[in-house]
Design a protein around this ligand. Sequence first.
Ligand SMILES: *Cc1c(COP(=O)(O)O)cnc(C)c1O
Length: 396
Amino acid sequence: MSITALMPVYPRCGVRPVRGEGCYLYGEDGTQYLDMAAGIAVNAIGHGHPKLVEAIAAQAATLMHVSNLYGSPQGEKFAQRLIDATFADTVFFTNSGAEAVECAIKTARRYHFANGNPQRQNLITFSNAFHGRTLGTISATNQAKMRDGFEPLLPGFAYAPFDDLDAALALIDDHTAGFLVEPIQGEGGLRPASDAFLKGLRAACDEHGLLLVLDEVQCGYGRTGKFFAHELYGITPDIMAVAKGIGGGFPLGACLATEEAAKGMVAGTHGSTYGGNPLAMAAGEAVFEVIHEPGFLDNVTKMGARLRQSLEQMIPNHDHLFQEVRGHGLMLGLKLKSDARRFVGFLRDEHQLLTVAAGDNVIRLVPPLVIDETHIAECIDKLSAAARVYVPETDD
Ligand SMILES: *Cc1c(COP(=O)(O)O)cnc(C)c1O
């Protein structure tokens, strides 16, 4: 038997964390790592935040799970908080980002079905998008590495180049249901959409009766310094997928929608055994409360600006390696002139700095949102020290 006990779909590295505290992780052998990856933008309030730990422990001892066939005072309360803080009128809770996107896709299709336009089934999505790993969500990206060998995929998606408004508008036809887009692409290379692109998609939806479906699984929930990234663009979606930071590490996602967009989602059309159970709602409430403490989001903006400025100051000293910084708030990408995955490994193994590679040879910096100046200084020190001695691979 040579297959690993864990199905070998991840290229797992030598870091084997067993404990976390704030912005640090500790490996099996006691090594301390500065965590600028945060479980890929998940540990929004850091590792072991006492409010989250206490909320989960108390709820686990009170009531962990009941069926969604019963009334949910916990779910109603948390959903109402999300509604009060956003464009949305209604929420479906899930256990992951992909499930939140699945719900968003189903909600969009059902909207047109309910309106007597069942032929409006197609969502226009964008190159290098990442929406998850289910059959539906891999059908919503054109990235071959996620799709190859999993055919037949789900019909009903058309692909335009990201941030190309004219190309997106040119794909609209009688079968179009709407657009599915990340305001800031994460996995695809930390690419923020332009203002004109997102505003243009919104205007096209209004003009043609289409739905704007945003995937804010990675860029949402305080990551950019706004509660949701679309606030930076001055637009609102009709439907939005949320996950990652929302549970602070507890598996939780949500599909938010306006009353109009959710008109097809009546009893019996969708479901989830675990989705929104009392334990998940306690985790969600705790994270929500921390993120909405006065000054919390302003501090994300401030720390994001500081990290960005420090990175930009560092680039000229190592311009054989670093090209540019992009992103918003604490969702930043450092574009390399050589292979990003290899440098991420070097930072991790030689400098105990955890980052995440993204497409387009970008290193993602998506730290806990509770990061402070000392962590930023430490991160820059490690990056500079690594860049000084790093030799990019020359034979590729
Ligand atoms: C991570 C991610 C997903 C998928 O979330 P899972 O919880 O892994 O299913 C979907 N969309 C975006 C933008 C993501 O970053």
